[in-house]
Design a binder for this molecule. Structure first.
Ligand SMILES: NC(=O)c1ccc[n+]([C@@H]2O[C@H](COP(=O)([O-])OP(=O)(O)OC[C@H]3O[C@@H](n4cnc5c(N)ncnc54)[C@H](O)[C@@H]3O)[C@@H](O)[C@H]2O)c1
Length: 288
């Protein structure tokens, strides 16, 4: 896949945890980005959030050295996506919010521009459902943080066009990511396996079997997990975790996917993990 000569401009919808991280990945690889968020507070913090993550990635040698950074353009309107060569949708994990964002993007870009959804597990074909060109929609499930985790779970919906998939894979390779294609399904592979496990870990804490830190240490020390499930929950954001579990539960009926009481209680209390400074652990200043 020779991609160096292709010119990309990436549009990203949503400047939260994932949108800002994907923007950092792209500008760090010299790809210009139009980053859109409808929340003025998030947009006001977006430039600093992206710059912080670019610095973090550079410190960890996760970006190519000596390459000029791509330009970052911030906007409150999807209309500014006109002219981009691909769009990543990274808005709240909610079917209505995603549909609205994807419809706005589809109206702004030309036919054949890949609309890549970063959903954690809403089937791609459901998201493509109401769009004028369902063949342009594909799932690109970047992991958090996107500039450190090289593999991207790509889900091909039954209507995703071959050209959409091919362009998406080339773009991911241009960003030094490794695409791994799976069939479209609720939660795909990774969320279907990971999210219920994290939900169970929260239940174990709620039942008083062990505190969060001990659960994490056991999963790391005995089972070789690189990070414990409660730290992972804090990194994901507990609001997003609850939304993604709900999406999975509604589509599979699997009770393990039903967000447990402690998770919902923490979301109601606003203890969302790293982004608010407190979740299962304390982090000082949050970003929200
Ligand atoms: N957090 C993770 O670790 C993680 C990992 C993989 C995938 N995901 C998925 O990525 C997506 C984003 O998750 P997140 O954690 O970044 O959420 P987040 O809550 O941090 O950010 C979502 C952003 O979307 C914005 N938004 C909502 N509607 C919009 C619209 N129509 N146009 C533009 N912006 C809009 C919100 O204002 C918010 O800033 C979700 O689908 C989530 O499931 C998250």
């Amino acid at each position: 896949m020779g991609t160096e000569s292709e010119t990309y401009q990436l549009g990203i919808l949503g400047a939260g945890v994932m949108g800002s991280g994907i923007a950092a990945l792209a500008v760090g690889h010299g790809v210009p980005v139009v980053l859109v968020d409808t929340d003025p507070g998030v947009l006001a913090r977006a430039e600093a959030a992206v710059a912080h993550q670019v610095r973090h990635a550079a410190l960890l040698a996760a970006l190519p050295a000596g390459l000029p950074r791509g330009e970052l353009f911030l906007s409150a309107s999807a209309e500014d996506l006109a002219g981009v060569t691909a769009v990543v949708e990274a808005v709240t994990e909610d079917l209505a919010a995603k549909t609205k964002a994807l419809e706005a993007a589809a109206g702004a870009v030309s036919a054949g521009t890949p609309l890549m959804t970063n959903t954690s597990g809403i089937p791609v074909d459901e998201l493509a459902g109401t769009l004028p060109r369902p063949g342009d929609v594909v799932g690109t499930h970047f992991m958090n943080p996107p500039y450190l985790i090289e593999m991207v779970e790509v889900s091909r919906g039954p209507r995703t066009a071959g050209a959409t998939l091919a362009t998406t894979e080339r773009l991911l390779v241009r960003l030094a990511r490794r695409p791994m294609v799976v069939r479209d399904a609720p939660g795909f592979v990774t969320s279907r396996l990971l999210h219920p496990m994290i939900n169970d870990a929260i239940r174990v804490v709620a039942e008083g079997t062990a505190p969060a830190e001990t659960v994490d240490l056991l999963m790391q020390g005995c089972l070789g997990f690189p990070t414990g499930p409660l730290r992972t929950a804090d990194l994901i954001g507990l609001d997003n975790l609850a939304d993604a579990l709900t999406a999975l539960y509604l589509r599979t009926g699997d009770e393990r996917g039903k967000p447990c009481a402690l998770l919902l209680e923490m979301v109601r209390a606003g203890d969302l993990g790293r982004k608010t400074g407190r979740g299962f652990y304390d982090y000082g200043e949050g970003t929200k």
